[in-house]
Write a protein that binds this ligand. Sequence first.
Ligand SMILES: Nc1ncnc2c1ncn2[C@@H]1O[C@H](COP(=O)(O)OP(=O)(O)OP(=O)(O)O)[C@@H](O)[C@H]1O
Ligand SMILES: [Mg+2]
Length: 435
Amino acid sequence: MAPRAQHCAIWFGTPGTREQAMFAAIGWPLRLARAEAARQVGMRGGDLVVAVVDLRDADAAHIEALETALAEHADLPTLALVDADTGEDPARQHLLSLCHARLLAPFDAGRLEAALASLLSSPRRDIASIGGQSPAMLGVRALLHRYADVELPVLITGESGTGKELAARALHDLSSRRGKPFVAMNCGAISPTLVQSELFGHERGAFTGAATRRMGLFESADGGTVFLDEIGDLPLDAQTNLLRVLQEGTVERVGSSHAIRVDVRVLAATHVDLEAAIAAGRFRQDLYYRLDVLRLQLPPLRARGDDVELLARQFLDTFRTGHAVQARGFSAAARQCLRRHAWPGNVRELLNRVRRAAVVAEHALIEPADLQLGGATPQVVALDAHRDRTERDALVDALRATGCNVSASARRLRVSRVTIYRLCRKHGVSLEAFR
Ligand SMILES: Nc1ncnc2c1ncn2[C@@H]1O[C@H](COP(=O)(O)OP(=O)(O)OP(=O)(O)O)[C@@H](O)[C@H]1O
Ligand SMILES: [Mg+2]
């Protein structure tokens, strides 16, 4: 793999904690320098370095020190952070004229990243698809950058709809494996009898119906990334073979004992507690330790503060570019409902509610009724979410244990067959997938 170009920003002065978090979130190491002692800044040859000067509260003495510091580093591209009103002061204006770009406060991580990237005129390593500026999400984005090029598995955890798949894609796109395949498989959506051959391939005649030799997912992702979603649903025999991939870097096709070398990075996601699955004998402990080297925990949407409104706005704007709808924004009451709702379905629920509201809203501002929000209290919704999850898990377990026999599953769960069909519809579980 080609080594990644080192880049870093040198901040002349003292950044606040939020600014430090933003630099970490966009994967830019930040080094601090005192403007008065700029000569102490050491740089390695080949590094891509950008200087950052904060002119927002700079007094005359600091401006003079900054000017001297920039003169020492005239070759450095420099980004100035400014207020809307930069003032008339000639010394400040002169310093500004020495800077190569300016960024207007208040700014977010996305605009900071764009400004820094434009200074280096390098293509942006884009994870802008992951919206959010809350401290929790800045932390997630910082980890994405930190983990991207480490050749170790990442275990991505988080409730349903928190963006686990999005994060897996971002890890791939940020890594030097981008340009090679990113292959995702939902371990819970595929029949246990087919999992082995899906993942590892099979030889001709390996089992009834194997008319031709087939390459598995791992082989087809060679050089790239395999994302195993709902890893907790992987059957035990496939877990053993996955362990071999992680330990030895080889796969064996079903029906063959010939080891084929594969170069893949494994990312895995789960919304179930794998430690509980280990205790229940459904998950191999040694595999868990292999997978859980780097952990990325996606926070539930209710822990992301103002991100709810920010994402709602973003989803509405995106929807409006493709659809002619009346809605242009959210009423104050709707914004309040967005803030108060518990979001059991997390970002996916928000996205769906916003899209539906955009379609049904008859006025320029979306109201609580359009979002179908306003009734339930957050506690009730949160409890319902837990019930739903347990219900879905029980359904999937029953279908799996009975080889997708609807009558046997119904007996096992002590419900009617009709209820099994209804639950499948409710939870989006396809019976076909288990057959
Ligand atoms: N931070 C975010 N910014 C913008 N869109 C997001 C964000 N997080 C998630 N989404 C969107 O929300 C939807 C759900 O995300 P995703 O499928 O990655 O979640 P998940 O955690 O894998 O869910 P599940 O557990 O149900 O598989 C997707 O449409 C995704 O694009
Ligand atoms: Mg997913």
